[in-house]
Design a protein around this ligand. Structure first.
Ligand code: IVH
Length: 708
């Protein structure tokens, strides 16, 4: 990429050339994104290209091209696959990067299970395949459904395509009546090379890497195309089952193998962290010769009874971890630093790089974290990179680990141009001009413009429609950008999404006449919006994009308060950050003072509250019940564990209580129903006694929990 000329400095000829270049790049990106499962540039870079194009058109209106990308929607082609709700959620894995993380994983498992030093615990180790996961459902030995992971809860039905993969048996003999086999679809290196050669011959675009090729091939609407693409499958896990496969992970994998699945031959067993790291080194040494991409080694607790006890955090199992291979590195030139403004006003510096291939992917942007990072300081003010700062023009080292955003690791001072100047971080918001301030203890400088800042508003809206929030089909980041800037039918705040159809009707239904829309896609969009009017409390809360309120905090708050009305009343009552409602809020395990303060102040801020109310008026918010456990004696109760427990660990006690529908709080308040006090219980037990709350010991708890 040639260096981009500042828009103000373009002459007409350069502007015309630049518009042509941008039209080409954006079109290429659209195709890669929608049709070929091979995004070449990040969403951020895509947005930047579109913004640049728009700004040039604004300066040179006469030069606007007939095929201008402005106003094109580029809606992802409705995927055409049916949705499948997984009987058992498909989870992801926590990551380990260093041997120390593996030690920690093993100790965490041991301490959660409360094992003595002399108690053995075995782990499996196996390559982490870099493909896409697939769940295969067999009923009475016949393959009845194959589904992609999707968001973990709902995937896409790709049964007909899966049937074309030769590693996937269509019929099983001697299998449980119900068996969901999970594993990874991948493409080998030779098959990938041959596919790309064939693509080139046909004049079609090459895939960036085997994973994209596998994903693109599996998600073909025409199974005949999938059949022609050589895909492979390794089985490594399972979902719903009518009977256990075995009593250990390794036994279950052996069983899958005997049923006819391919399982990874490098799977091994180890007794401790040292053994696992040895297995990791051995697999790493084989990596280049395997003939398919792997990006780490997965460790799993072997004993399935232990796996059951360990259970899950919100999205990852406690009994497994992925030990990732080190990041891949490359050197390139830093061409510029742009500032992006996020939904909470954070000013994030982004490195614009001369494009370079890192681990098979072309990278042209990287995060620079924050102003201290550019200056060569970490969060505590200590030097990083021996204190070297980063300047535009520098030769910088870029790295990627797995799917994470590329980062800049180092600077080569010997190559620094003589005229390179230290970077001056802006103290006003580049989007709205408001002051950008850095509060004590915050690594990040933030725009103080709030809702008047267009960048914050757009980012908030993008978050609102994102997958874990409202997840509205056909209304993604790109459409939000377009509607935000629209003058006829703007979407400036979440409530506007739900009035879009009414406003369009009042506007003679003109939306369907726009480029990129049509009768059908407008109908689909309105229906997709309509479908999300009825929505669970936790999603709404997460979607609001309040700082510190992530997906799992939103779930904790939703299960604690149950309904929108109860939540809103409680936040109102807690607005001065003291009193019973405040104490109750911070007593929720996982809700700290910082989160609570951020939530309460968002609700107390008049403009924000008015915007939230407008949204809520458009919705039917569904209550969130504590886990369904009507028979459990502690369902809906708030329990505090204090003192030391001897028969189970604290974490295990908490998980068991939650699984029985109880809430576990960290401190005793008037809302506490039960205190489980072990030896050494102090202030909390005293407070409970004062408040007249029932106090029981560990044995009593075990008999309630059904294990005594
Ligand atoms: S086990 C509950 N084993 O990695 C855990 N996953 O980051 C289920 N993956 O979504 C996953 N190789 O797509 C497991 N040997 C392996 C794997 C593996 C690749 C993928 C899988 C999963 C992702 C998690």
């Amino acid at each position: 990429m040639s260096r981009e000329i500042a828009i103000d400095a373009l002459n007409a000829e350069e502007a015309a050339e630049e518009l042509a270049r941008l039209a080409r790049l954006i079109d290429q990106a659209n195709r890669a994104y929608h049709a070929e499962d091979a995004p070449e540039i990040s969403d951020g870079e895509y947005d930047r290209l579109k913004r640049r194009n728009q700004a040039i058109e604004a300066r040179f209106p006469d030069l606007k091209r007939a095929d201008s990308p402005t106003g094109q929607v580029g809606a992802p082609a409705a995927s055409g696959f049916q949705k499948v709700t997984h009987a058992v959620r498909m989870l992801s894995l926590g990551n380990a990067f260093e041997p120390g993380d593996v030690d920690e994983f093993v100790s965490r498992v041991r301490s959660y299970l409360g094992l003595a030093d002399s108690d053995p615990v075995a782990f499996t180790s196996e390559p982490k395949i870099d493909g896409l996961s697939l769940s295969l459902r067999y009923e009475n030995g016949r393959l009845v459904q194959a589904a992609t992971r999707g968001d973990g809860s709902v995937g896409e039905n790709v049964t007909e395509n899966a049937r074309t993969i030769s590693d996937i048996p269509l019929v099983l003999h001697g299998a449980p009546d119900l068996l969901e086999v999970r594993g990874e679809v991948y493409m080998t290196h030779p098959d990938f090379a041959a596919l790309n050669a064939a693509q080139a011959e046909k004049g079609e675009r090459a895939f960036a890497n085997p994973r994209n090729a596998a994903a693109g091939s599996l998600r073909q609407l025409d199974p005949a195309i999938t059949r022609a693409r050589p895909l492979a499958f390794f089985a490594y896990a399972w979902g719903a089952l009518s009977e256990p496969l075995a009593s250990t992970q390794s036994g279950a994998i052996d069983r899958l193998k005997s049923l006819g699945f391919s399982t990874n031959p490098l799977t091994g067993l180890a007794e401790d962290a040292e053994g696992l790291i040895k297995a990791y080194r051995a697999i790493e040494a084989e990596r280049a010769a395997l003939g398919y991409d792997i990006d780490g080694v997965v460790y799993k607790v072997d004993d399935l009874a232990y796996q059951r006890r360990l259970g899950f955090r919100s999205t990852t199992p406690r009994w497994a971890i992925a030990h990732k291979f080190p990041a891949e590195l490359a050197w390139t030139r830093l061409e510029g630093i742009d500032i992006q403004v996020g939904r909470t006003g954070a000013l994030s510096p982004v490195a614009r790089l001369a494009p370079v291939t890192v681990g098979g992917v072309v990278v042209s942007n990287a995060t620079l974290h924050n102003e201290d990072y550019i200056r060569g300081l970490d969060n505590t003010g200590q030097p990083i990179r021996e204190g070297k700062d980063i300047r535009v023009g520098d030769r910088v080292q870029v790295y990627r680990a797995g799917d994470v955003i590329p980062k800049i690791a180092d600077v080569d001072l010997t190559q620094r141009p003589d005229d390179a100047e230290p970077y001056i971080f802006p103290d006003t918001c580049p989007e709205c001009g408001s002051a950008a301030v850095r509060e004590e203890g915050d690594a990040v400088r933030r725009c103080t413009g709030g809702l008047i800042c267009p960048a914050q508003a757009v980012e908030k809206l993008k978050h609102f429609v994102s997958r874990a929030a409202f997840d509205i089909d056909g209304l993604g980041a790109r459409q939000i950008e377009m509607f935000y800037r629209d003058t006829d039918l703007p979407i400036r705040e979440p409530a506007d999404i739900f009035t879009l159809e009414r406003r369009d009707a009042a506007n003679l239904g003109k939306l369907r006449n726009r480029d990129g829309f049509g009768e059908k896609s407008v109908g689909n969009l309105f229906q997709a919006i309509e479908d999300k009017r009825r929505i669970a409390l936790n999603r709404v809360l997460f979607a609001l994009g309040i700082r510190h309120v992530g997906e799992s905090a939103a779930m904790l708050l939703a299960t604690h308060y149950g309904s929108w009305a109860a939540l809103a009343d409680a936040l109102e009552a807690a607005r001065d950050q003291s009193g019973e409602a405040w104490d109750d809020l911070i007593s929720i395990d996982g809700v700290g003072n910082v989160l609570a303060a951020s939530l309460v102040s968002a609700f107390a801020q008049p403009a924000e509250r008015a915007s939230i109310n407008r949204l809520v008026n458009e919705l039917e918010i569904m209550d969130v019940a504590a886990p369904d456990n009507t028979e459990s004696p502690v369902a809906g109760k708030t329990i505090v564990f204090t003192g030391s427990l001897e028969k189970m660990t604290r974490a295990e006690a908490k998980a068991t209580a939650e699984a029985m529908g109880a809430k576990v709080a960290g401190s005793v308040s008037a809302r506490t129903d039960l205190v489980v006090a072990g030896p050494g219980a102090g202030a909390k037990a005293r407070k409970a006694a004062e408040l007249g709350i029932e106090i029981i010991d560990e044995d009593d708890w075990l008999s309630i929990a059904g294990a005594g």
